[in-house]
Design a protein around this ligand. Structure first.
Ligand code: FEO
Length: 404
């Protein structure tokens, strides 16, 4: 079969990945409005080596590409850099066709191979820094724990100077005809989907991501082949820089206001806070309704903006449940470069502000002193207090800017 979809990256190195436009939520949580690609690669020459598999629901397209290149030859090796099922669940189908393939992975992957797929044989274990010579190929493995799972590792191939980076440097979004960085308009759609992917998937492990990036610094990398998103052959430094900036949690001088409102009073408060921010001299302001906005985008905004202002109505003596979910998720993010502000509606019981206070105290956040808590609809005087909160946020952001 020749479906003409296999792409040559270099001599004896092929792209054999697939697009998934069916799955709506990545990991059952994160929206995929434009799908996602599961990238896989095949090295040929004296031996054949497949780098990661794909999700079982898309495995057919991957197998067709593999067969297109290998023909009747055996697949000699399969490297599992990362065993999360979006890159490994196709392995059962793969092994039914290539039962003798030797699986290269590390010791943390071994028990997962057994528990997920019952695979216990034909396994070659590699250690951090180990070099494996396979035919005319020389592979070096580097462990990158928690980026994204404990067993995650990357693999560097000497002859082509290619880094097979698994999730690192990946992004959401399918590959639409173009697969290389120099073929796509990265700074638009791919930039925002790569950033959202980092924040949703890797963000909470940004410290480990930074460690992993430092380890890769000494390698002479010509091409980066991640398991999601575009392949970097023209300007790998661009994605390295983006990941470094995100890992260091660099923020922009703007404000996101996220509110939860049942009857519009807290929404009106959010509008007043935003007005204050703008009057204070910051024009990059985003207001998000927590009831309508997926967590994925809320987290992306809290990572992006220096100023984060959360406002919530009270609900059954507590905070609005969607806001409760958000602050629990924010606790995992370990964000360190934001200024925080809070406001709330007392309703008939209070509860929202109390919970915000607990959250800020627990996280030891840098919080603005003005914390309006309003019963029912805000009066003119209270609207002014809400504006003052916004102005104070703008003042603090501009003051920090001067110091930089
Ligand atoms: Fe793309 Fe952590 O899997």
């Amino acid at each position: 079969m020749n479906n003409l979809l296999t792409e040559k990256i270099q001599e004896n190195l092929y792209y054999i990945g697939v697009n998934d436009r069916i799955t709506q939520l990545f990991e059952g949580m994160w929206p995929l409005p434009d799908g996602v690609a599961y990238n896989s690669y095949l090295l040929t020459g004296e031996v054949s080596i497949c780098m990661d598999v794909v999700k079982d629901t898309t495995v057919q397209g991957f197998l067709e590409k593999l067969y297109e290149i290998l023909g009747d030859k055996e697949l000699d090796y399969l490297v599992i850099n990362h065993i999360e099922p979006d890159h490994s669940s196709g392995i059962v189908e793969l092994l039914s066709i290539y039962p003798h393939v030797k699986i290269i992975c590390n010791k943390k992957t071994v028990p997962l191979l057994e528990s997920y797929y019952g695979i216990t044989e034909n396994i070659i274990e590699v250690k951090d820094g180990e070099v494996l010579k396979l035919g005319d190929r020389e592979l070096t493995f580097y462990m990158t724990p928690m980026v994204h799972w404990p067993e995650s590792m990357v693999c560097y191939e000497e002859a082509t100077k290619t880094l097979f980076s698994q999730d690192i440097f990946g992004g959401f979004g399918t590959l639409n005809g173009a697969i290389f960085d120099d073929e796509v308009k990265f700074d638009d759609y791919y930039l925002s989907e790569t950033t959202r992917y980092f924040i949703n998937i890797v963000g909470k492990y940004s410290g480990q991501a930074l460690k992993a990036l430092n380890r890769l610094e000494s390698l002479d990398i010509k091409t980066i082949c991640p398991v999601h998103g575009v392949i970097w052959r023209k300007d790998p430094s661009k994605i390295l820089d983006l990941y470094t900036r995100l890992s260091k949690q660099k923020v922009t001088d703007g404000v996101v206001i996220i509110y939860g409102s049942m009857y519009g009073n807290t929404e009106r408060m959010a509008e007043a806070v935003a007005k204050g921010v703008v009057e204070g001299g910051i024009s990059d302001v985003r207001i998000r309704d927590i009831s309508k906005t997926n967590l994925s985008y809320l987290l992306a905004d809290t990572w992006k903006y220096k100023g984060v202002i959360l406002g919530s109505c009270s609900y059954n003596n507590n905070i609005f449940p969607p806001m409760s979910f958000l602050i629990e998720e924010l606790k995992h993010q370990k964000m360190k470069n934001n200024i925080w502000g809070f406001f709330g509606s007392y309703s008939w019981s209070g509860g929202a502000m109390k919970r915000f206070d607990q959250f800020a105290e627990e996280m030891k956040y840098n919080v603005l002193d003005i914390k309006p808590e309003i019963k029912g609809a805000a009066t003119d005087e209270q609207i002014q207090e809400l504006k003052d909160l916004g102005k104070e946020m703008a003042k603090r952001i501009l003051a920090d800017k001067k110091e930089d």
